[in-house]
Design a protein around this ligand. Structure first.
Ligand code: MLT
Ligand code: ZN
Length: 487
């Protein structure tokens, strides 16, 4: 019996996909990375997951864990491989085996493990399987009058396991933190097929190494998450957002401080929207513009609380206007207006707006928050110098220092000249990111996209420590090879 036939006889026909059925799992959402796999394997339980991992470990088959496949960095699809399903990375120096030896792989799709295990309002936790979507978790929490705070545009497809794997962030990080701040307990299948049950719901636990932390941001390179205990917050029935036209990026910091001093912790989102994106989304979705005023940048601010927030939102906007920091603002007063503002925000990614997006330079940078304006200016200066005709497009979670910065050609004619300088442009912006003390990956992971670029961001000793962890937990190197750790 072949390896794949063995898996099929164990998991049944719906547990193993091949051929055209497997194809959608082999390409990442931005279309940048496509790999090959022997099969897409879809376990429906922890036991099945462990059996698949054991079978792979004994056959030397690599495992690429995958959630909703909404990742932006190619971490959840197999690396591009040769004809035989193997990669051709050279061995490392000193005769040691390559940490990523060529080997066939499977995609381990966790999407059948999509149940909410329990909601515990008194413990303020929810326990979910790794393949449950973020939206399912949000809805289950809301039904118990609790809030599961992580939230971003792909909420309906992105999964708990994928969010843990990349330490996903989204729109509420300013107030509630990233996935790391929400993971209280974890169950994972280790590279040798053992199941680690760390499903605890404790707020405090100083009993040694906090092993679950290793799995956050590890992109499935250490094992595969199967269930998670996640933290809940009080529900925020009073929610209101406003879109404000801002007078230059140097107003961001004063506006954030003003919002913090007038509205405190109720500021849950503080998002940057460029005019060019606002305009394009409204045109594409035939939405009425929320504001007719045109400025280069807009700020989408959301307050959320157990108490009414309108007065404080209004006072913040009035003061910002008096000080000349904003030139206009639209406050959402109906559910339709609120949801329109957030539709515009959710659809802002260039991959939804320009067919040429895949040729562009894409960054998911975070810098110390007071450096955001100067960093953005510097990136724009570099882009104007190297690719004068290209669009520099910064948007996103500026309230926590994270900006999605894209430089892209926006016409087919612009693609060839852009590609001729793309590597140089990327290198120069990366250097600027490091100079500003930033990270190339704030919430999208390293995956395949950043693996060859991320090295200079951390001292060699830090990568050595990560490799030591990798070797300890996955000595065979079968968990998601060619990802995350620089080659
Ligand atoms: C977002 O915040 O909309 C995303 O992370 C998507 C992107 O960077 O393109
Ligand atoms: Zn984002």
């Amino acid at each position: 019996m072949t390896f794949v036939a063995g898996l099929r006889s164990d998991l049944g026909p719906s547990g193993v996909l091949t051929g055209a059925d497997a194809a959608p799992y082999l390409t990442g959402q931005r279309g940048l990375f496509t790999g090959e796999a022997l099969a897409v394997v879809r376990p429906a339980s922890v036991d099945e997951t462990a059996r698949v991992v054991r079978a792979c470990a004994s056959a030397g088959v690599a495992i690429v864990p995958q959630g909703g496949n909404t990742g932006m960095s190619g971490g959840a699809v197999p690396a591009a491989v040769g004809d035989s399903g193997t990669s051709a990375l050279p061995a490392t120096s000193e005769g040691s085996a390559s940490p990523d030896p060529p080997r066939p792989s499977i995609v381990l799709s966790m999407t059948r493990m999509n149940r909410i295990v329990s909601v515990d309002p008194h413990r303020w936790t929810i326990t979910a399987e790794a393949g449950a979507t973020i939206e399912t978790v949000q809805q289950a929490a809301a039904a118990a009058n609790r809030l599961f705070a992580p939230d971003w545009g792909a909420r309906g497809t992105a999964t708990v396991g994928g969010a843990i794997a990349t330490d996903a962030g989204g729109n509420n990080v300013l107030r509630y933190g990233t996935m790391r701040d929400h993971l209280l307990g974890l169950e994972a299948v280790l590279a040798d097929g053992r199941v680690w049950d760390g499903l605890r719901a404790l707020r405090k636990d100083s009993s040694g190494y906090d092993l679950k932390q290793l799995f956050i941001g590890a992109e499935g390179t250490l094992g595969v998450a199967t269930r998670a205990v996640l933290r809940l917050h009080p529900a925020t029935p009073h929610t209101q957002s406003a879109l404000a036209a801002i007078r230059g990026l140097d107003r961001l910091m004063p506006l954030l401080e003003l919002a913090a001093s007038r509205c405190g912790n109720d500021v849950t989102a503080f998002e940057l929207i460029p005019e060019v994106g606002l305009d394009r989304v409204c045109e594409k979705l035939a939405l009425a513009r929320p504001l007719h005023t045109r400025e280069e940048f807009f700020l989408l601010v959301r307050l959320a609380s157990s108490e009414p927030v309108s007065e404080r939102l209004g006072a913040f906007l009035a003061e910002a206007s008096e000080r000349g920091w904003i030139t206009d603002a639209a406050v959402a007063v109906t559910d339709e207006q609120e949801s329109r503002l957030w539709t515009i925000r959710d659809e802002l990614s260039p991959m939804f707006l320009w067919p040429q997006h895949e040729h562009g330079v894409k960054l998911d940078t975070a810098v110390p928050i007071d450096s955001l304006g100067p960093y953005h200016d510097e990136a724009r200066r570099i882009a104007a110098e190297l690719v004068p005709g290209a669009l520099t497009y910064g948007f996103g979670h500026v309230g926590d220092g994270n900006i999605h910065l894209y430089v892209l050609p926006t016409s087919d004619d612009g693609v060839a000249p852009f590609l001729s300088v793309r590597d140089k442009l990327q290198e120069r912006i990366d250097e600027a990111t490091f100079r500003f003390g930033g990270t190339l990956s704030a919430e999208h992971g390293i995956g395949q996209l950043l693996r060859d670029r991320i090295g200079p961001q951390k001292p060699a000793v830090e990568w050595d420590l990560m490799r030591a962890v990798k070797n300890a937990l996955d000595p065979q190197g079968i968990m998601n090879p060619h990802k995350t750790l620089p080659a």
